[in-house]
Design a protein around this ligand. Structure first.
Ligand SMILES: Cc1cc2nc3c(=O)[nH]c(=O)nc-3n(C[C@H](O)[C@H](O)[C@H](O)COP(=O)(O)OP(=O)(O)OC[C@H]3O[C@@H](n4cnc5c(N)ncnc54)[C@H](O)[C@@H]3O)c2cc1C
Length: 303
């Protein structure tokens, strides 16, 4: 019987593991792909405190991992398929077995929504990005296309205008889902040009992005925008398929938690990008992970 099973070894899961190790909980960590999570899609991180000038994401994750392994914990390459309650305990089912535990921390993160157009996969890291606040500084004085109509898209368009020569905000509707205050700010930002009722049909280039082909949703008229960057900010999808029958989630699939990372099931905690919250970044994932481990520890002490 384990004290704790952590699902996912991104920043949230690794920080939860660090705290669990220091609480001396009998812990297992299951990661389905490889340690590090989404941040490894970006070569460097510049907004994680303690590293002026930024740090390579591989170096940062290596440090997280070493800190966990130094406590004698191992990150096991296993995908969690299901959590099955049994009395006040849980059976965590993976491809290779079923593991009984008193508590679970779900730190399964999320994946950026793809728009699924030709050229999107080919140019990831070569002009296509899913995070304006992260990669914006790499596009100084460049022309950029931002795709999306929610808060994150408009917020990032405003942020990107600090660096770019011009920002084309391409949105399929004439109205925005984003809050009006952000839309108003974008409208008064001279570098942002609104391209409304258009969708991106294709991302085109040689080794790097050179242009996008867009289509008007009403007239089907097509045209091309020359640009060096395409920021796809159509939202993120939480990796919560495997728990949606046992935990309360919102309509977008994010796990509903309270301020101490408790989920709707006693003994199951959740943290990071898989939960419903305001800021989806490494720093907040780490903070959530620490709080989740602390709550699991307190739960174990009183049960
Ligand atoms: C391109 C890009 C650039 C970014 N740049 C920045 C930046 O500069 N600064 C910043 O602060 N944030 C940045 N972010 C956001 C940041 O990466 C995320 O907020 C952060 O990684 C969330 O951490 P997490 O641990 O909650 O989730 P994730 O990083 O998504 O990690 C979750 C882990 O769980 C694993 N997992 C999922 N399901 C299962 C399962 N069933 N069984 C086992 N394992 C499972 C996944 O494989 C993954 O490794 C960026 C994101 C992207 C996509």
């Amino acid at each position: 019987m384990h004290d704790l099973i952590i699902i996912g070894a991104g920043p949230a899961g690794l920080t939860a593991a660090l705290y669990a190790g220091r609480f001396k909980l009998n812990t297992r960590i299951f990661e389905r792909i490889s340690c590090g999570g989404q941040i490894l899609l970006s070569p460097a991180i510049e907004n994680y405190p303690g590293f002026p000038g930024g740090i390579s994401t591989f170096d940062l994750i290596d440090k997280f991992k070493k800190q966990v392994e130094d406590l004698g914990l191992e990150i096991e390459n296993q995908s969690v398929l299901e959590i099955i309650p049994e009395g006040k305990f849980y059976n965590v089912k993976t491809e290779s077995g079923v593991f009984k535990t008193k508590t679970v921390i779900v730190a399964s993160g999320a994946a950026s929504k793809r728009i699924g157009v030709k050229g999107e996969d080919k140019f990831i890291g070569k002009g296509v990005s899913y995070c304006g606040t992260c990669d914006g500084p790499l596009f100084k004085n460049k022309d950029i296309v931002v795709v999306g109509g929610g808060d994150r898209a408009v917020e990032d368009a405003i942020f990107l205008a600090n660096y770019a020569k011009r920002v084309y905000l391409v949105h399929r509707r004439s109205e925005f889902r984003a809050s009006q205050i952000l839309v108003d700010k974008a409208k008064t930002t001279p570098k942002i040009k609104f391209i409304l009722e258009f969708v991106v049909e294709e991302i085109i280039g040689g080794n790097k992005v050179e242009q996008v082909r867009i289509k008007n949703v009403k007239t089907s008229v097509e045209s091309n925008l020359f640009c060096q960057g395409v920021f796809i900010l159509a939202g993120i999808n939480p990796n919560t398929e495997f728990i949606k029958n046992i935990l309360e989630i919102n309509e977008a699939g994010f796990i509903i938690i309270d301020r101490r990372m408790h989920t709707s099931k006693e003994g199951i905690f959740a943290c990071g990008d898989c939960v419903e919250k305001g800021l989806y970044q490494v720093i907040s994932a780490c903070s959530d992970g620490a709080a989740a481990a602390d709550s699991a520890h307190k739960y174990l002490l009183k049960s």
